[in-house]
Design a protein around this ligand. Structure first.
Ligand SMILES: *Cc1c(COP(=O)(O)O)cnc(C)c1O
Length: 354
């Protein structure tokens, strides 16, 4: 049988729930429609009825940022913008640079010097973005980007841009569609807090539109060294191995606490050790290689389970980005099971322990 291929991409699929006009260009790199994969091992460890992973690493640039970026870029083009600007811990810049390249726009990205995972910088460089390394942290970079965007003809595509939130909420729609309803809880890492805000908006809309019969509890997790929302105050020098959530003053702070309070959920902190343990477990017990920040949600679920705070039911954990982004952390924290051998059958048999 032949026919027109199914429409691909966030704009085509979710047009009805996005702020698009007939003039919004329907651009796509094939983002969205990411797999929802059932847990093979961690579900049992946690005593959950069902644990599902939303593999946002399967987006075109390897993180969920593409869902929001495609909407932000399309709307920027519609308004006549010629360049995109963002501050980034890495993934936002990789995504902005990709959509800018795709659409013939310029991209300027502000990154904290020396704190961006190698794979992310390699992407921004390959896509031809102008990369400015700031001698400061992400929070400084975002403050500068906001000031620049207020005075210059550039489209700011950080998650303070509401189009980003609109695009990212589509992941909640996909989850409700695939499971036939909202899950009992959603576990998600929290950095600048745009994504937890977006999912909550998506789940609320799913309920309003009768695409779900209820809301999930929103369970957000920050790294202990970068946990302003948990502490209730900004953190001047955030520190964590999970660079994507190394943020001391989240722009969507209020969105995150609203999601927590309105859903009867929680926002808690997990240590770097807990993050790395969950990260190794995802790789070794599930076959899922994610970047450290993405493991924070699973680390948080394990912590809640240990403390007796996890009710059963059906839970979705958002795996926000790919492990290929951050090869240094993999090398540093996972000793390879490796041996050298001469190029002989005997030598290789011995090395393999056969
Ligand atoms: C951006 C990002 C986060 C944090 O999302 P926020 O919207 O900033 O809270 C988590 N994980 C990865 C891989 C990211 O790229």
């Amino acid at each position: 049988m032949s026919g027109a291929p199914r429409p691909r991409g966030v704009l085509a699929r979710w047009e009805a729930v996005l702020p698009l006009t007939p003039r919004t260009p329907r651009i796509t790199l094939g983002e969205g429609d990411t797999p929802l994969v059932r847990s093979a091992a961690i579900e049992r460890e946690l005593g959950l009825d069902e644990l599902w992973f939303k593999l946002e690493s399967c987006n075109p640039t390897g993180s969920f940022k593409d869902r929001g970026m495609v909407v932000a870029a399309a709307r920027a083009i519609e308004r006549g913008a010629e360049s995109l600007l963002c501050a980034s811990t890495g993934n936002t810049s990789a995504s902005a640079a990709a959509y800018a390249a795709r659409c013939g726009l310029r991209a300027g990205i502000l990154v904290p010097r020396g704190r961006v995972a190698a794979g992310k910088l390699a992407q921004a460089a390959a896509f031809g973005a102008r990369i400015v390394e700031i001698e400061g942290g992400f929070d400084d970079a975002l403050r500068l980007a906001r000031e620049l965007a207020a005075n210059r003809p550039v489209a700011l595509v950080n998650s303070v841009n509401p189009d980003r939130i609109e695009g990212q909420k589509t992941a909640a729609f996909e989850i409700c569609e695939e499971l036939g309803d909202a899950p009992d809880a959603l576990a998600i890492p929290v950095g600048n807090a745009g994504n937890v805000t977006a999912y909550w908006k998506g789940f609320r809309e799913c309920a309003e539109l009768d695409r779900a019969s209820r809301h999930p509890r929103m369970l957000g997790f920050q790294a202990a060294g970068a946990a302003p929302i948990v502490r209730g105050a900004p953190v001047a020098e955030p520190r964590t191995v999970a660079t994507a959530i190394r943020i001391g003053n989240p722009a969507s702070w209020r969105g995150a606490t609203d999601a927590r309070d309105e859903s009867g959920g929680a926002i808690e902190a997990v240590s770097d050790e807990e993050i790395l343990d969950a990260w190794r477990l995802l790789a070794r017990a599930e076959g899922l290689f994610v970047e450290p920040a993405s493991a924070a949600g699973v680390a948080g679920l394990r912590k809640l389970a240990r403390e007796g705070g996890l009710r059963g039911g059906r839970v979705v954990a958002v795996l926000t980005g790919s492990g290929l982004k951050d090869p240094e952390t993999a090398r540093e924290h996972c000793a390879p099971d490796m041996a050298a051998a001469p190029a002989t059958l005997e030598g290789v048999e011995r090395a393999l322990g056969l």
